[in-house]
Ligand binder design. Structure first.
Ligand code: C2E
Ligand code: CA
Ligand code: CA
Length: 414
């Protein structure tokens, strides 16, 4: 049998006997190479060091980092390896894990109920589609797309928002979500914004993406609100887009057309390398604010030179860049920056949001500085709309509980 021909496989299984059996099966199926890990942590280390894993067979229940947490990290690591879950757990747990893994953007091939057999693996492998490029972890950073390819992704509506929750430090309530663009590429799988935003911006072609994100995010937020959840949605807007004085009208029409009142949408304004016409920017943001949109200074602390000159802009929120936030509790040099940024935000009457909150220590430190809102992997990863809805179903209704951040499925296993 050669169902696994040319595949570089990683077997993640804590039981020595079962792991050995799986390795033998994969070799018998023609695998090129089979790596082994006893838990998620070892598996991640192997993936980071070996650029070539393209199939992962993973158990769920393992000491140390279990398969559930491993799926989350795999999503974060932006791996394009196909995953087969191999477990003795019941169907409903398996179904939830599959839903979660897909929601994080993991390429999911299927589930095998233990006892595993060579035939079961072979039958799932018939669905395996090799990526067109050589197998490679963290591949999205290497792939380059032409402007035309990116634009056709937009025209074909292959780009859509993932949502990452924002939590109020004081009340622990979910107050909204940031929409982050993901490209569901028919060949390469899930592609991250780093790969396509810059090219769109520098070719002055970002507007199509912005409109797509605004529309899909507004529709999603309107649906959450219809279900009785008092949430806002934040969408990223490049400074370049604001150079066109007509933008405010386009944005307003689109968002209202999707049925959302602008007061429930925050526009996070990111500075791009391209210099924009500041008079038009000012006119647009004034008009947007007048119509009720929230306005956030994104990535505060990086770049920012031209935004800084816009003292007149009626911002409502200051978002501190993750480079100052992740690991802040142990880094004295960023602590001063955080303290003064939060203080400045409050003096200017701006809500202060910390992005990139990755640990309990980050959370505690920022809370002690009276930062208002947290966003980051500590709370939850960005998720596709369906997974975000089930996250809300579990966590929004539980808002009276003492601490949302400590009750999320993602937080439970960190
Ligand atoms: P951003 O606006 O600063 O968004 C936050 C980024 O940090 C996101 O990356 C998010 O996935 C990631 N992140 C979230 N929590 C954590 C954490 O705890 N630790 C760390 N290290 N990272 C975390 P992503 O989704 O890859 O987006 C990258 C950037 O691309 C965004 O940075 C934003 O500037 C831009 N972008 C994304 N979507 C859009 C869009 O629709 N339009 C425009 N113009 N830019 C977008
Ligand atoms: Ca942002
Ligand atoms: Ca940032």
């Amino acid at each position: 049998m050669s169902a696994a021909k040319n595949l570089n496989v990683l077997v993640v299984e804590d039981d020595d006997f079962q792991r050995l059996a799986l390795v033998q099966m994969m070799l018998a199926l023609g695998a090129n190479e089979v790596l082994e890990a006893e838990d998620g942590e070892q598996a991640l280390a192997l993936i980071r060091n070996s650029a070539r894993v393209n199939l992962i067979l993973c158990d769920l229940d393992m000491p140390g980092m279990d398969g559930i947490e491993f799926m989350r990290h795999l999503g974060q690591a932006r791996s394009n390896a196909a995953v087969i879950i191999n477990s003795a757990k019941g169907q409903s747990l398996m179904d939830s894990v599959v839903k979660m893994a897909r929601g994080y953007g993991v390429r999911f091939l299927g589930v095998i109920a233990k006892p595993t057999s060579q035939a079961k693996i072979a039958s799932l492998l018939t669905n395996y589609e090799p990526p067109k490029l050589p197998a490679n972890h963290f591949p999205v950073a290497e792939i380059e797309f032409s402007l035309d390819e990116i634009l056709s992704g937009i025209v074909n509506k292959q780009i859509f928002p993932f949502f990452q929750p924002k939590i109020d430090f004081e009340t622990n309530l979910i107050i909204g979500a940031e929409a982050l663009a993901r490209w569901d590429h028919p060949v390469h799988g899930l592609i991250y914004p780093k790969v396509f935003i810059k090219s769109l911006e520098s070719n002055n072609e970002i507007d199509g993406l912005t409109m797509l994100m605004l529309e899909k995010s507004a529709i999603a937020c309107q649906q959450w609100r219809k279900q009785g959840m008092d949430l806002t949605v934040a969408v990223n807007i490049s400074l370049v887009s604001l150079a066109d004085v007509r933008l405010a009208d386009y944005v307003t029409n689109l968002v209202r057309g999707a049925g959302l009142d602008p007061q429930y949408m925050v526009l996070e304004i990111t500075e791009s390398a391209v210099m924009a016409n500041m008079n038009s920017v000012l006119e647009n943001v004034m008009r947007l604010r007048m119509r009720g949109f929230g306005l956030s200074i994104d990535d505060y602390g990086t770049g920012f030179s031209s935004l800084q000159r816009l003292g007149q802009i009626p911002f409502t929120e200051l978002k501190i860049d993750q480079s100052f936030v992740s690991g802040c509790s142990t880094n004295p040099s960023v602590q001063t920056i955080l303290e003064s940024s939060i203080d400045m935000a409050h003096r200017l009457n701006l809500k202060c949001v910390a992005e990139g909150v990755e640990s309990q220590a980050d959370w505690d430190f920022l809370k002690s500085l009276h930062c208002d809102v947290a966003q980051g992997y500590f709370i939850a990863n960005p998720m596709d709309e369906a997974l975000f809805l089930s996250y809300l179903a579990t966590n929004y209704s539980a808002q009276s509980a003492s601490c949302i951040a400590k009750n999320t499925p993602e937080a439970a296993d960190r």
